[in-house]
Write a protein that binds this ligand. Sequence first.
Ligand SMILES: NC(=O)C1=CN([C@@H]2O[C@H](COP(=O)(O)OP(=O)(O)OC[C@H]3O[C@@H](n4cnc5c(N)ncnc54)[C@H](O)[C@@H]3O)[C@@H](O)[C@H]2O)C=CC1
Ligand SMILES: CC(=O)[C@H](N)C(=O)O
Length: 338
Amino acid sequence: MSLVESGTFELDARECPAPGPSEVLVEMSDVGICGSDIHWYEHGRMGDRAVEEPLVLGHESAGTVVEVGADVDGHAVGDRIAIEPGVPCGECEYCCRGTYNLCRDVEFMATPGTDGAFREYVAWPAEYAYGLPDAVSTREGALCEPISVGVHAVRRADVGIGDSVLVMGAGPIGLLAADVARAAGAADVAVVDVVDSKLDRAVDRGADLAIDGREADVAAAVREAFGTGVDAAIEATGAPPAIESVLDVTRPDGTVVLVGLAPDTEVPVDTFELVRRQVDVRGSYRFANTYPTAISLIAGGDVDAAEIIDFDLPLDRVSDAFERAAEPVVVKGMISMD
Ligand SMILES: NC(=O)C1=CN([C@@H]2O[C@H](COP(=O)(O)OP(=O)(O)OC[C@H]3O[C@@H](n4cnc5c(N)ncnc54)[C@H](O)[C@@H]3O)[C@@H](O)[C@H]2O)C=CC1
Ligand SMILES: CC(=O)[C@H](N)C(=O)O
């Protein structure tokens, strides 16, 4: 199923790909709809990149191996796997350092030039396919991708035992990052959002404090609850007012990790305050070396991946699914390929 222009998907018949020697052929079963898929669907472009050829969307995916390339070890036909959607060049400075999320030549699913996972079969490098244990369904395994964004952000935030953490935004990234922060040892987790049902959901999932960003002065609410501020804050909205206020919620020597992405986001920054309070402000881009951790977090019950899913629809209802996934109350929509 390809996006041919903004708002239009078309079913196109393609040959089943043949896996290369180091690839596995995967029959897809579950694919999540990410905010970036919705952005491509609604606008047909992102920044300076546009959909000029039909593009298969979907990069949160899992399925079953149906064929293995001649050189593949460690995967067999019948294995259920989650697919890591970015394949880096493996040769640049960042790949060599292990921060392959920063590779400039990465081929990332569902971006122009690299088809995504809303299709029956995907041939993918075995190195970026991860076996799922019995305790993890393919539906949950597909969500290793947004969980990985959370794992990377929590690592960037250096969250440790006993820490207090604020997560701005209770979308999929925020809710999953909150679970990951708890698993990393956070003793107190506060979540901010501007949608009632999402605040309720954060509390149901274990947040100690839910702050309504429409009503509260977030920094004042944080200080009331946590004294001089939280140890770490993770921004997962991309909304300028939230970005502005997240810079003011940590204690002196705290860490703010910016995950939220929105084109052309500019916010006023009081650098004097950031310097005086010695705040670390860090970006967090995609993820590297996170899939095994994401799988263990689901298997161990630390991250409730299934709970964030609001609906599953079949591939032939992909347009309905995208319209529904874009509703502000929806956290995660999935396409079920079976
Ligand atoms: N850095 C990276 O590698 C990645 C960044 N992202 C970005 O992270 C952000 C979060 O992703 P999703 O959870 O998928 O997005 P989402 O749009 O589903 O969730 C954002 C949440 O923020 C809430 N929100 C909006 N304005 C707010 C405000 N002023 N205060 C508090 N909450 C507010 C919304 O109600 C929503 O629940 C997006 O900007 C996305 O583009 C997503 C994946 C990877
Ligand atoms: C990592 C992501 O999920 C993001 N949507 C992206 O395309 O970078």
